[in-house]
Ligand binder design. Sequence first.
Ligand SMILES: Cc1ncc(COP(=O)(O)O)c(C=O)c1O
Length: 357
Amino acid sequence: MPEYFRSDLADKQPSVINVPVRPRMMCLNESCLDPYQAIKDQFLARMEKIRLNRYLSPVTAELHARLAAYASFGLEPENVVWGNGADDILYHVFLAVRENPASFAVSLAPSYFDYKTFCQAVGLGIRFCELREDFSFDTQAFLQLAKDPDCRLAILCNPNNPTGNLYDREQLRGIVDALPDKLVLVDETYFEFSGATLAAELARHPNLLLVRSFSKAFSGAGLRFGYAISSPEIIYSLRKVFTTFHTSILNQAFALIILENMALFQTQVEEIKSARTALYGQMQALPGVTVHPSSTNFLTFSVGERTPQLFAFLQEEGIAVRDVGAHRRLHKHLRVTVSCAEDNSAFLDALQLWLGE
Ligand SMILES: Cc1ncc(COP(=O)(O)O)c(C=O)c1O
């Protein structure tokens, strides 16, 4: 085939998700609440007033105001841009910061795998600062990488996926302070489960950009809705790489109805947090299981060298969890999404059964 595409894409694979599909999907940190079933009457009522034959809709302005109000800390619509999931926001940030082939981003490892996937897609390099054994990291090592003139972006995932831990607020603030000339992206996809956000820092730090998602706390993984909040200048610059009618009106209308039904999703988040505490305690009590504390809707754990056998056994039992063992820091580790009561107890029963074998 002639070389139609960028030469640096030659060795790249298309972005695909490789997870087992089983009746109990506990591998992608989704919610077990189907938002369509929960709020469809209001959504359908809203859709009666929406004209899908038009590019423009009053829903856009309403969503902008609601989303800014939800993100709080006195944010205005100019502080917010949304896209088709947090992934889409990440992709566009990477696209907007890349200067030349030497440009790179810096992130932690292990962290969200797709930072690398999307950096590669836009031709942005990526370098990693390794986490310590306890999942903390060395600020100076991170800053040394980030201060390189070719580093265009510092990425921190808080709480971190797939380790589940929350970083110290002062440590993160110190990094944003130390890099006034760099864009610092803090991925807060799991923020509702941790309650911790750097949003209060936005006013003092125009280089800070937060990325959030409706896929986890708002049960909308299939909806594809995520957003970024930052200074009006950063948001304005980011919008330059988005297409004009970037997200569907359907998508915007559904996101708006979710925000109008916030209480339902907040209750769901509280339930997941309680279930997480319970499951963590139950797993911790099992001999041979190492489970890490989590500020998210998942738990990362290991049963040592026999972890791959457990992974296979869970699949046989109809339970899909995620193998997160690719990075040596998480050697032989799995990640399970804290889900509905029925899935959580089926998972725990299967784990106990396997350990008892
Ligand atoms: C840390 C992190 N960032 C971003 C995403 C992508 O979220 P979305 O579904 O909103 O694209 C995920 C999804 O698992 C994630 O774990």
